[in-house]
Write a protein that binds this ligand. Structure first.
Ligand code: DC
Length: 227
């Protein structure tokens, strides 16, 4: 297994994906967006007309699906059984169903194995982002970061990401949805969202993207003696 790993965890909208992509590009490493894997299985579940709460059937779909992810930090496409689902997995429908799908133990077992295999095969270095990377997937990672930001800031970022100029009311609705998803992700029985005891916690509420990226790259250079 490559020893150059950065595990980046945190709640929805904490900036994980954007930060991870920039950190990986800056260091010349690859990256793994594990949330995209849970979204891909959710796409397959909805496509099959299965209720995301039916964990047994959800597990069957997960076992039958071939998930492929591009690990280049610039253009990472996602495929399910050869179908490009890169944009579809970001839809509101998938976003509201993904928590139920990711709570199914069988889905987690399969994806955690796939994530570890990707890390084993990564050459130079890899940034892995998700909710349980530092606690479950890669507990031995030498650098673990947990990103947070207040829910209001996270709602604003989500809105900007979607290219929306949201009204106050829409922002409040988004904030509520984010808080709901936080609650589901951190209260589920299997692999709840929480910071590993040895993670470095960075509150990004008042930080610019570039500052967060620089700080993590600095930590990585120190930890892995990179030049
Ligand atoms: O980061 P994201 O919004 O794309 O993640 C989608 C969902 O997947 C999120 O609600 C929680 C789940 N997830 C998870 O349970 N474990 C991970 N390692 C990554 C994501």
């Amino acid at each position: 297994m490559t020893s150059n790993v950065i595990a980046i965890d945190g709640p929805a909208g904490s900036g994980k994906s954007t930060v991870s992509r920039h950190v990986a590009s800056t260091l010349g490493w690859i990256m793994l967006d594990t949330g995209a894997m849970y979204r891909a299985i959710t796409w397959a579940v909805l496509q099959a007309g299965v209720d995301p709460a039916e964990s047994k059937r959800v597990g069957d779909i997960a076992r039958e699906s071939i998930i492929e992810l591009d690990t280049q930090p610039v253009a990472s496409s996602v495929y399910v059984n050869g179908i490009d689902v890169t944009s579809e997995i970001r839809s509101a429908e998938i976003t509201s169903a993904v928590s139920a799908v990711s709570a199914a133990a069988e889905v987690r077992d399969l994806l955690v194995e796939l994530q570890r295999e990707t890390v084993r095969k990564s050459g130079h270095g890899i940034v892995v982002e998700g909710r349980d990377i530092g606690t479950v997937v890669l507990p031995d990672a030498q650098l673990k970061v947990f990103l947070t930001a207040d829910p209001r800031t996270r709602a604003g970022r989500r809105s900007a990401e979607l290219g929306q100029n949201s009204s106050e009311e829409e922002l409040k609705r988004m904030q509520l949805k984010i808080e709901e998803r936080d609650f589901k992700d951190s209260s589920r029985e299997v692999s709840p969202l929480r910071a590993a005891t040895d993670a470095i916690i960075i509150d990004t509420t008042d930080m610019k993207l570039d500052q967060v990226v620089q700080e993590i790259c600095h930590l990585a250079r120190k930890r892995y003696s990179l030049t």
